[in-house]
Design a protein around this ligand. Structure first.
Ligand SMILES: *Cc1c(COP(=O)(O)O)cnc(C)c1O
Length: 402
């Protein structure tokens, strides 16, 4: 493969026009959309309009006039098709961590005779920490092992579909079937799935799901997260963070709590309207996009990168599964000096990130990454390894955020 071959793939790429929907830095190859998605072009105008007109001019009336009050549901419905969720079963609210807390509590309450939250040892730390926090509160136990080892004590299986370090992907339908056969519920963390791979919560029979808005959904730094509840669990849904906006009639200001209908009961306090509007506008970048096509391109980008690295830096071990069905939309490679390698890449304009202890992690975001970008990133990484360009003290000093 040459750069010209990669450019030819771009000319024949049906997703190529989507790149125009994003505002990208001039002199960088951005392979970190799995940590913080790129800025969709529609967002700055929407934010400016929100600030000037909705906040500045219409002020408090905007809750009604611009229907701010139902924005969490509207944005949830816009997001729903990306994760195979039924209309009305997704709400945008809070952070992934907070939504994990709410839905773990819901699941435990639905299986009162069972006392175990089963999760994976390699899960993202917040999932493990929140599970442990909920378990302490409810006198339950967390078993962090193999999510397939579900038994009659398991109330809920908490699994992240795509692992943040390796990019390995679970079979959602199979794991959900196994959990249900044992009488347990499932809670899926879709942080590295939503907007990255085709997800079908309804077809998989998933019970609950959460995910964040700022990674592959491009909602901006600290964008609010989402929460999904299968329709069969929505009747009488309630959760412990029962703030006033989750009330069935918040403006009755009743001293007694009555949960709102369905996923409205997952609301707690006043939502960050500006951030939510940014996410809402960002989701328009997926308009008319078929997630199966996104996955096909992600796989082609993966293969291109893996082949080039195999040729240029065979000593780098590719940690992400080669089988396309078993991975998300990233490529993780191991190197003993992975942190320094990543700093050297960033110094040359290839933006990715480092994960403990030795992982170079690069996100593949087909809506705005071209084949030639991935080719050039592989070329730079190959050169950094071959010339040991990473072996400089300034590349080994750890920053606060990695
Ligand atoms: C990014 C990520 C989170 C983030 O949680 P926040 O509460 O939004 O900070 C949670 N879980 C997984 C698997 C993630 O990758």
């Amino acid at each position: 493969m040459t750069l010209a071959d990669a450019a030819l793939l771009d000319r024949n790429d049906p997703l190529a026009p989507c790149r125009e929907r994003f505002s990208l830095p001039e002199n960088a190859l951005y392979l970190d959309g799995n940590s913080l998605g790129a800025l969709p072009r529609a967002v700055p105008a929407r934010m400016a309009q929100m600030v000037a007109e909705e906040w500045g001019r219409d002020l408090i009336t905007s809750w009604n006039v611009h229907d701010w009050i139902d924005l969490p549901r509207r944005t949830g419905d816009k997001l729903a098709p990306l994760i195979g969720a039924e209309p009305g079963s997704v709400i945008v609210a809070d952070s992934t961590s907070v939504n994990l807390f709410k839905l773990l509590a819901v699941a435990l309450e639905k299986r009162p005779e069972r006392r175990v939250i089963l999760t994976e040892r390699g899960n993202f730390p917040t999932d493990l920490y929140i599970a442990e926090g909920v378990a302490r509160f409810t006198s339950c136990d967390v078993v962090a092992g193999d999510p397939n080892q579900v038994d009659e004590r398991t109330a809920v299986v908490l699994v992240t579909e795509v692992n943040y370090r390796t990019g390995a992907r679970h079979d959602m339908a199979a794991l959900t079937r196994r959990a249900h056969a044992a009488g347990a519920l499932t809670l899926w963390d879709l942080c590295h799935s939503a907007g990255a791979v085709p997800v079908d919560l309804a077809a998989a029979g998933a019970d609950f799901a959460v995910g964040c808005g700022y990674k592959f959904l491009n909602g901006g730094p600290g964008a609010p997260a989402f929460a999904y509840v299968a329709p069969r669990h929505q009747d009488g849904l309630r959760q412990p963070l029962q703030g006033w906006l989750g009330h069935a009639a918040p403006f009755e200001f009743s001293p007694d709590y009555r949960p709102g209908k369905g996923v409205d009961a997952l609301r707690a306090g006043t939502p960050p309207i500006l951030s939510m509007a940014a996410l809402d506008a960002a989701l328009d970048a997926f308009a008319g996009v078929d997630m199966a096509a996104v996955k096909r391109k992600a796989d082609a980008l993966f293969d291109l990168f893996a082949d080039e690295i195999g040729r240029r830096a065979p000593e780098l071990e590719i940690l992400t599964p080669r089988d396309a069905a078993q991975r998300g939309s990233q490529i993780s490679l191991r190197h003993p000096e992975a942190y320094a390698v990543m700093q050297a890449l960033i110094a040359r304009g290839v933006i990715g990130d480092f994960r403990q202890p030795d992982i170079i992690r690069l996100g593949l975001t087909p809506l705005y990454l071209r084949y030639q970008d991935v080719y050039r990133a592989a070329e730079v990484l190959g050169d950094v390894i071959a010339t040991r360009a990473w072996d400089r003290p300034e590349f080994k000093r750890r920053a606060k955020v990695v």
